[in-house]
Ligand binder design. Structure first.
Ligand code: PGD
Length: 773
């Protein structure tokens, strides 16, 4: 490898080129990126941080006593073993659990007791995508696995939209909202703001960060912006942004107040409702109070959300006068009853009747993830086939604790009653459940139940600490791949930048070896090595490009650092086609139209239309008398989730290694809390320490602690177990958003908050494996 030349690479937060400068990775952002992400500076630490895993690890208790439920997971020591021993023992265990080249055609498969949901963002790279690899492996050796459906990002929102907007849920990938925002929108009302930190990241790659320039372009045209969020800096600091801060979790009430004003002032577009929607009369009866005796007036809304009724009415009037785009970010639905703000925003946009106009109508998730609202691509991206999962069982992704702790018990999902499988083996690669799941003490209890837990990661995360067998995986910089993300306009050759750390191996190599030992090698590899797969995956894209008359290099030429401009589709997307002719391009809903009343939702025990449903944990709830602060655990600005938490950008934002929590300046003064003080957030589920930062950007009664600090529980004198690094999931609630979606509701919960007066224990963000014991 020529160490002097820059090589091309990519990440979820941007493309770049890099070369080794001594033992340091020198990174240059992609030259065509107008606004590169500061997260690029986290990457160099990925090569040699002490948290990297050098050799396979086996938990001592598992090694000595064999598989079985074990409460020592999480506190037990690990033993470093040679690859041969680790692979042999793993293959033996997988065989014991039923892995075989000969599986029954009929009847139960061993995979029915294997959880392979393996949720997680993994890394960029179309081949070495860890979750795809683990799925392919489990399909090859167990005939399948118990899967997970939906995402932590968008569980409640995706479920409700799948029912009431049908195929138009794909509108995120299908409609150029960003271009239209730049060119056509007159008023953007964005519930959840439009945080550029989220727009910076996109699964698989985000090579051109255009969010800032689109907002500037819209502002220069005179577009108005209304950011609705308890956190003022959730929207860019452009001049003229109206910021409205409702109590967290009450946006639905605010929207209802706006809807009532439209109704009262005769601004409801009845022709639009008639042509494109169904079920409005039932919603209207609720809105006016004909159904329940309570009119959802702006005054009614004010009592719930705290925003003055006159402001609510004025916002409705302004929306009706302008070409208005109503956007709702994922953050609002990652909460109890999270379906409601999404459905209500859709209902409000339908009442305004502008769905068919460029730059107007309803959008879901703009500002939540980078690829939403970008132009759709005209060619398929290279994809690793996962094989067929013959186990017809799944959980909604955030029900992992129940799955492991309550085998056989019933739960509901989309109106059906299902039962949890009885899981013996958990296989995880490319995710960090002890970062991403809620109520981590409960997750820890659940993780003590399976017989064996196997995990691949490049670093020793809290999830690795709770596994039995840990395989050290390479990071992207240590392997070749192809980089591409949904709606991102380029395909990149990702070139190896450095030798693997220690004895780390690619996930593909680990699975291929295990599959071989289980006599399933042919099924898993189809006779290909990693390079062979890259070539096989590249070909369909190359052929599609050729058909469109685009120059497409041969695979070998492309892998020499090539980059291909991908064409965008010029045909209108689903939303546009539906609005052109709803009869010719119906939605995949029972009526073919937008459902403002849904029988399925009503059948699941919820109101059949969007409605204000008070959650258990909001500032108006009885629980707030005990725990008076609303914790907002949002996405971090300095890393992606928990990835590279030890990187330069992430570490620079911490205080003595501890995550920073922001709270309103007046609240801080009242509680005698100054900048940098250690504070403790707690409720019945647990507690977490953080470093305080008083801020005017946070509304009173709210504390913001982003996700991603690595979970490090310690017993505090007189205060029980606390995460000393600042992971908010030590205190969040893991109940599903509702019985309908069972989505992740981790964004909001109630806590008590106080200054930690005792000597603060040191944060220990990223321990090496051997200090785990
Ligand atoms: P990551 O930190 O991205 O978090 O949860 P997720 O589990 O996706 O974890 C990815 C892991 O994969 C890292 O440990 C990384 O080292 C590892 N990895 C990366 N590349 C590779 C590879 O090539 N091979 C292998 N084997 N491993 C690799 C994110 C989830 O958190 C999400 S998407 C959301 S939206 C949720 N958001 C919230 C929230 O808003 N509030 C709370 N309280 N909690 C949340 N959790 C959720």
């Amino acid at each position: 490898m020529d160490d002097t030349a820059y090589r091309q690479h990519s990440s979820h937060w941007g493309a770049f080129s890099a070369r080794m400068d001594g033992d340091r990775l020198d990174i240059r952002p992609f030259e065509a990126d107008p606004d590169p992400s500061p997260l690029l500076a986290n990457i160099p630490a990925s090569l040699d941080h002490p948290a990297r895993i050098r050799k396979p690890l086996i938990r001592r208790g598992w090694l000595e006593d064999g598989p079985g439920p074990d409460r020592r997971r999480g506190s037990d020591a690990f033993v470093e073993v040679e690859w041969e021993e680790a692979l042999q023992r793993t293959a033996r265990e997988l065989r014991r659990l039923g892995a075989s080249p000969v599986l029954p055609e009929e009847g139960p498969l061993p995979g029915a007791r294997v959880f392979g949901g393996s949720y997680g963002w993994s890394s960029a790279g179309r081949l070495h995508h860890a979750q795809s690899q683990v799925h392919r492996f489990l399909n090859s050796v167990f005939g399948g696995y118990v899967a997970s459906v939906d995402t932590y990002s968008s569980g409640a929102g995706s479920v409700i939209l799948s029912l009431v907007l049908g195929n138009a849920i794909r509108l995120n990938r299908d409609h150029p909202y960003l271009r239209e925002l730049g060119e056509d929108t007159e008023l953007l009302i964005s519930f959840g703001g439009l945080p550029l930190r989220n727009l910076a990241v996109s699964a698989g790659g985000n090579s051109r960060h255009v969010g800032r320039s689109v907002l500037q372009q819209a502002a220069a045209r005179g577009c108005g912006f209304v950011s609705v969020s308890p956190i003022a800096d959730d929207f860019s600091d452009l001049p003229g942004v109206t910021r409205i801060a409702p109590r967290p979790a009450t946006d639905t009430a605010l929207m209802l107040g706006m809807a009532h004003r439209l109704h009262e002032t005769g601004k409801v577009d009845r022709a639009y409702l008639e042509r494109y929607t169904t079920g409005y009369p039932a919603f209207e009866a609720y809105l006016t109070g004909n159904a329940d005796g309570v009119a959802k007036t702006p005054e009614w809304a004010e009592a719930i959300c705290g925003v003055p009724a006159c402001e609510i009415a004025a916002l409705a009037d302004r929306a009706a006068k302008s070409r208005t785009l109503i956007n709702v970010t994922y953050s609002l639905q990652r909460a109890e009853n999270g379906e409601q703000p999404v459905w209500m925003a859709l209902t409000l946009a339908c009442m305004l009747g502008q769905g068919g106009l460029p730059g107007a109508g309803f959008c879901y998730g703009l500002g939540s993830i980078g690829n939403i609202g970008k132009e759709a691509l005209a060619v398929p991206l290279p994809t690793m086939p996962q094989g067929r999962n013959r186990v017809d069982d799944f959980i909604p992704v955030a029900r992992i604790s129940e799955l492991l702790a309550k085998p056989g018990e019933p739960y509901t999902y989309k109106g059906e009653t299902r039962r949890y499988a009885d899981i013996r083996l958990v296989y995880w690669a490319g995710g960090n459940p002890f970062h991403h799941h809620q109520d981590l003490s409960r997750l820890k209890e659940a993780f003590s139940r399976p017989e064996t837990i196997i995990l691949h990661d490049s670093v020793f995360t809290a999830s690795a600490r709770h596994a039995d067998i840990v395989f050290p995986a390479t990071v992207t910089a240590e392997r070749d791949d192809i980089g591409a993300g949904g709606n991102d306009p380029y395909l990149f050759a990702m070139q190896t930048l450095a030798e693997p750390f220690g004895e780390a191996r690619d996930d593909y190599a680990i699975f291929a070896d295990l599959a071989g030992r289980l006599e399933c090698g042919g099924i898993f590899t189809e006779g290909r090595d990693a390079r062979g797969w890259l070539q096989a995956m590249y070909e369909p894209t190359r052929e599609a490009l050729e058909k469109l008359g685009s120059d497409a290099p041969s695979f070998e030429d492309f892998m020499q650092g090539g980059r291909i401009d991908l064409p965008v589709r010029d045909a209108p997307g689903l939303v546009a086609r539906f609005h052109q002719d709803p009869a010719a391009a119906p939605l995949e809903t029972p009526s073919g139209r937008i459902e403002l009343f849904s029988e399925t939702v009503a059948g699941a025990g919820l109101p059949g239309h969007a409605a204000w449903l008070a959650p258990a944990e909001w500032l108006g709830a009885p629980m707030a008398e005990r725990h008076p602060f609303q914790l907002v655990s949002n996405q971090p600005a300095t890393r992606l989730h928990s990835q590279l938490d030890f990187g330069a950008t992430s570490m620079a934002a911490k205080e003595k290694g501890r995550e920073v929590a922001r709270l309103n300046r007046e609240d801080a003064a009242r509680l005698g809390i100054g900048a940098g003080d250690v504070i403790r957030l707690h409720n019945e589920r647990g507690s977490v320490l953080a470093a305080a930062r008083p801020s005017d950007a946070i509304m009173p009664g709210v504390v913001q602690l982003s996700t991603g600090a690595w979970y490090a529980p310690e017993d505090l004198p007189g205060a029980g177990l606390a995460c000393v690094n600042g992971n908010p999931n030590a205190v969040t609630c893991d109940a599903g958003a509702s019985a309908l979606s069972q989505g992740c509701a981790g964004q909001l919960c109630l806590v008590s908050l106080e200054k930690w007066e005792q000597p603060a224990p040191e944060a220990w963000p990223h321990k090496a494996p051997f200090s785990a014991g």
